[in-house]
Design a protein around this ligand. Structure first.
Ligand SMILES: C[S@@+](CC[C@H](N)C(=O)[O-])C[C@H]1O[C@@H](n2cnc3c(N)ncnc32)[C@H](O)[C@@H]1O
Length: 318
């Protein structure tokens, strides 16, 4: 059943028409790579578009293959004429077609050091409320001796604070852009009266100096989705080098569902990663495991806490 489309869904549908996706699917089903070739668009761009369209029922996802929806023709003739005016025709979303065709973001990417944290200074405060309960609920799965903790891309420091407020023996180094540390992290640390236990270390988390074999816990909270495969792998390798023996990297993320069609909001987020990051994407659970394995972690555990998505704990047996 094709659901009623929200404005971004309408825009996605409009782009699907513009790149002849439905015509190609009518000729034959295909995988993301095959359909990208046939529609002459980028694989990176088509991937989140297909997942979103699958979520609203405009295409059918079967394993790796996408099929046309049996209801498509009826939707096109009866409902699309009324819905299509809702597609945003201004702002960044106007450029969705270009992003799908090229696989490139439509404005300066939000990740990386280019904007010095300007974008994130505005959003990370809201994330605290969303994730603090989950962050606190993970404490039971972490070891009990005194803990040295690193919070990379700390933002409001929600993940490390979730542990620190429950444990007196936790000391934290929080890394983020100077602007975010000064305008957001410092405020949340102070609000929780944790100033004595936090060191704020400004810098790019790909480059900032990290102690070797030092940290018992490293948080990567909602960081890898804007980094993509390559940068996330190298970030995880940095984490591995900075971990003390028996240490754990805690990777908290949106996690793509299986099948991907099942989680519309996650797929909307994925489309945002296409629009606003250079290499970002929403990983599913097996892709997150693959990332961690590529970085050399061989002990992977999914911990279910007080949140929608489970959290990946990565460590090494050696
Ligand atoms: C989506 S926010 C997540 C913040 C926090 N961990 C949370 O889960 O609420 C990503 C954070 O990573 C920071 N960040 C992004 N790129 C960075 C980089 N290259 N070096 C340091 N911090 C970075 C941003 O400033 C932002 O605070």
């Amino acid at each position: 059943m094709i659901s009623s489309l929200d404005p971004v869904g309408c825009k996605a549908f409009e782009v699907a028409l513009a790149i002849d996706l439905f015509q190609e699917l009518d000729k034959a089903p295909g995988t993301i790579v095959e359909l990208a070739q046939r529609c002459r668009v980028s694989t990176r761009g088509l991937r989140p578009l297909l997942f979103l369209l699958a979520s609203v029922g405009c295409v059918r996802e079967q394993g790796d293959t996408f099929h046309p929806s049996p209801e498509l023709n009826r939707f096109l003739s009866e409902r699309w004429p009324d819905q299509k005016s809702q597609a945003p025709q201004a702002g960044d979303w106007e450029n969705l077609e270009k992003a799908v065709r090229t696989g490139r973001c439509v404005r300066p990417p939000i990740e990386g050091a280019q904007d010095g944290g300007e974008f994130f200074s505005g959003v990370v405060e809201t994330l605290f409320g969303l994730h603090f309960s989950l962050a606190k609920s993970l404490a039971h799965a972490l070891p009990s001796p005194p803990l040295k903790v690193l919070d990379l891309g700390a933002g409001s420091a929600v993940w490390s604070l979730g542990l620190a407020v429950q444990r007196d023996d936790v000391e934290v180094v929080a890394v983020d852009h100077q602007r975010v540390l000064e305008s957001v992290t410092r405020k949340f640390v102070a609000k929780n009266q944790m100033e004595e236990r936090y060191v704020l270390r400004p810098g790019d988390y790909h480059e900032v100096e990290l102690e070797r074999e030092h940290y018992d816990v490293i948080y990567l909270g909602h960081v890898i989705h804007s980094e993509g495969w390559q940068a996330s792998t190298s970030l995880l390798k940095r984490c591995k080098e900075a971990l003390a023996p028996q240490g754990t990297v805690v990777i908290a993320e949106w996690v793509g569902s299986t099948p991907r069609a099942d989680d519309y909001h996650a797929n909307l987020f994925d489309l945002n990663m296409l629009m606003f990051t250079e290499h970002g994407l929403l990983f599913d659970a097996s892709e997150m495991e693959e990332l961690a394995s590529r970085a050399g972690f061989d002990r992977l555990r999914w911990i279910k806490g007080a949140g929608k998505y489970p959290v990946l704990f990565a460590s090494t047996d050696s």
